[in-house]
Design a protein around this ligand. Sequence first.
Ligand code: PA5
Length: 446
Amino acid sequence: MKTIELDIQHALYFAEKEYDGLKEAAVKAVTTVHDGSGPGSDFLGWVDLPSKTDEALVDRIIATADRLRERCDYVVCVGIGGSYLGAKAVTTALQDNFADFYLPRPKEPKLLYAGQNISEEYTEELCRLLKGKKFGIIVISKSGTTTEPAIAFRVLKDLLEAQAGKEEAKDLIVAITDASKGALRAMADKEGYETYVIPDNVGGRFSVLTPVGLLPIAVAGHDIKTLLLGAKDMERATALPDEGNIAQTYARMRNALYQSGKKIELLVNYNPKLHYIAEWWKQLYGESEGKDGKGIFPASVDLTTDLHSMGQWIQEGERTIFETVISVKKPAVTHRVPQNAENLDGINYLAGKNIDEVNKMAELGTLIAHEEGGVPVIRLELPAIDEYSLGQLIYFFEKGCGISGYILGVNPFNQPGVEAYKKNMFALLEKPGYEEATKEIKKKLK
Ligand code: PA5
């Protein structure tokens, strides 16, 4: 099977001194991830998750997915952050760009998402769509207390019970949460839902290879065994602290660039299927590293689309950015530019070429232009957009993130800053227990 390749030659000379200086720190960071001697070591369960995942668990997930696929026209995944983005990223990458628009609709159940925002329109429009339809719910929350999914689940559960009856609804709801803590666990036990556990030692943003990601991905009809195999192979390939460990090299390179003044990393793709991979990656790196007044700001662009909106800034704006480009080696299909006798559009020089050939030249031309414009470019080559490659990519980024956070000198596995908005929101909504905070925040509003 083909593996992901990492190329740092278009970035290294921008920060060679810093890269050399991080040699030992990078080795130490890999060792720290593996021996659990660093901060946040209670959350290292993702490190050997691919190789430790029990076959019986995977088979049960597939059986649950088959049941939902059989009985539902729509399955709504309710969750936010790490309980949402991994599944969204993989299912978007693997599905046909126009899957939603085929008529008549294929028999496949459609995967929808909820609880990732608090929009009244989104909620109402989703309910309007689901009215009278056969649907199921996968509700995902590690803490079991997050407000956004709790609201969405309450609304959808009411709708499902009203339409299907309480008994039938019970079989169409699956909860993925903590083994014993949280309101969702209590509710699932009381109502008798099928449940899956999010391991204690796996944080939300590292949980895509647990049932959190695997169940929705299986419901969408994708091969989770091959996804896990790709991850397992990358686990093995990045197990040692040596020069051949591509996660170590990526983490070391991006920290070297950060030290040389490149404070923003743009994750770049040339294929719209990878848009949500970037959204998942932004959470992974942003929440893991943005703390203690430090951290590379993770941003992303979809090219060539965004070359027509962000291209000017990237080429000539403040020189504080570097890029990590995900290049897909082989498209899954072929489509050529047609010949045209009149050539009114003047593009006959492209006739007969695969569209991907044009895309690759746009990619190469952009790499040269950005590099010459002062933007270091790290290149990741993905063999294809398939389950095996995505499994590798997910694990590669997770491992790179743990190593990078330790090189940076932060705890990559906590997220204390996420609480600040919640505290204010609860105070403003006068949640019981927040009486003092409510008084304080009201004073600020005067
Ligand atoms: O990575 C994280 O810990 C967060 O993004 C969480 O996944 C997110 O806040 C959702 O939390 P929960 O799964 O507890 O509802």
